[in-house]
Design a protein around this ligand. Structure first.
Ligand code: PMP
Length: 354
């Protein structure tokens, strides 16, 4: 029997995370390998012991800690069940069916999916040949139906960042009533110098339509607990708060995020090792003849075109799960030498086999 389910959902792809198998090295989801710090694990256990109670729906303690750590007011912060939900909620607060959501492509896969779920229209502007956001082309693609723009920086899956001046010029061009979501899920891995260095919080102060998205899933190592946050104008945050589904950020997630913020220095110090590995992995891949743009995230992008699926399939046969995007490239998470080296060994074998 056929149900009265929206027919436009037929064309929606199902989100398929990298499949894994016992013993495999999983470099497909940009996770970190370090488990939570003891102080965070103990906060998790305490919260879990009280799991019979609903979480704090206002997420007050976490919001206050975040505001303090970022130098903003709590009215400028919205916590969500992963930053992916905040992406969706931004679409919810800005669009009606037929409105447009603009973003570079290729980028985070959930932008088009969440846009279509909302009945809005995704407008995808191709990246440059160097896999960087083409901000001029994005500015040119703004129409009177544009309601929201995502700029993913560093971009998932390419790892690339835009030049600071280009970003500023873009923000000056975008009408001030269109929200620009600066998705910085990989913020903690950026080591920017000229001409790329920028301060998102400063841009957010200057441009009231800028909303910054960040997450505890990557550098803070809490991917399994689903906590992300948005920093934006109080008007935007109030709207995000209205569409927040009650209790979707668990008490365990909130407690873990608060404890992680209190151990921020120790957790962020871990990113230095990943950054050093990123540089080593990139250099080695280039030596082997791969085309790899500079990455500012905890992954690298191999521009393999039609070889992407065969490469990832053979890599999985060699015990390493990476993330292919058909016809385009392969995204490989960078962790530690004991995981990166088996990947590099496969990449070397593949390069010499060709
Ligand atoms: N934005 C980008 C660019 C991402 O890569 C991801 C995770 N893959 C997210 C948002 C969502 O992260 P989370 O929901 O785990 O906070």
């Amino acid at each position: 029997m056929s149900m009265r389910i929206r027919p436009d959902l037929d064309t929606l792809p199902v989100y398929v995370p990298g499949k894994t198998f016992p013993g495999a090295i999983k470099l497909a989801s940009n996770e970190v390998t370090d488990p939570p710090l003891p102080s965070v694990a103990s906060a998790i256990a305490d919260a879990a012991a009280n799991a019979n109670r609903y979480p704090d729906n206002g997420m007050v303690e976490l919001t206050d800690e975040l505001a303090k750590s970022l130098g903003v007011t709590p009215a400028e912060v919205q916590v969500g069940c992963g930053s992916v939900i905040l992406c969706q909620n931004l679409i919810t607060i800005t669009t009606r069916p037929g409105d447009e959501v603009l973003f570079g492509w290729r980028s985070f896969e959930m932008y088009p999916v969440a846009t279509q779920v909302a009945g809005a229209t995704p407008v995808q502007v191709p990246l440059t040949g160097d896999a960087v956001h083409d901000l001029d082309a994005m500015a040119a693609a703004i129409t009177d139906r544009t309601r929201l723009i995502f700029v993913c920086n560093p971009n998932n899956p390419t790892g690339t960042v835009v030049e600071a001046q280009a970003l500023r010029a873009f923000l000056e061009t975008v009408p001030s009533d269109i929200i620009v979501a600066l998705d910085e899920a990989y913020f903690e891995y950026m080591r920017l110098s000229e001409p790329y260095a920028y301060d998102a919080l400063e841009l957010r102060r200057e441009f009231s339509n800028v909303v910054i998205l960040r997450t505890f899933s990557k550098a803070y190592g809490l991917a399994g607990l689903r906590v992300g946050y948005a920093v934006g104008d109080p008007e935007v945050i109030a709207a995000l708060n209205k569409v927040h589904i009650p209790f979707t950020v668990s008490s365990v997630g909130q407690a873990a995020a608060v404890a992680s913020l209190r151990a921020q220095a120790e957790l962020l110090a871990r990113t230095d090792a990943v950054v050093a590995e990123r540089e080593r992995v990139t250099a080695r891949l280039r030596e082997l003849g791969y085309r790899v743009p500079d990455s500012q995230a905890n992954f690298v992008w191999l521009m393999l075109g039609d070889d992407s699926i065969p490469f990832a399939t053979a890599c999985a046969d060699a015990g390493v799960i990476v993330r292919p995007f058909a016809g385009d490239g392969v995204r490989v998470t960078v962790t530690n030498p004991s995981e990166n080296d088996p990947f590099l060994a496969f990449a070397e074998e593949w390069a010499t086999r060709r």
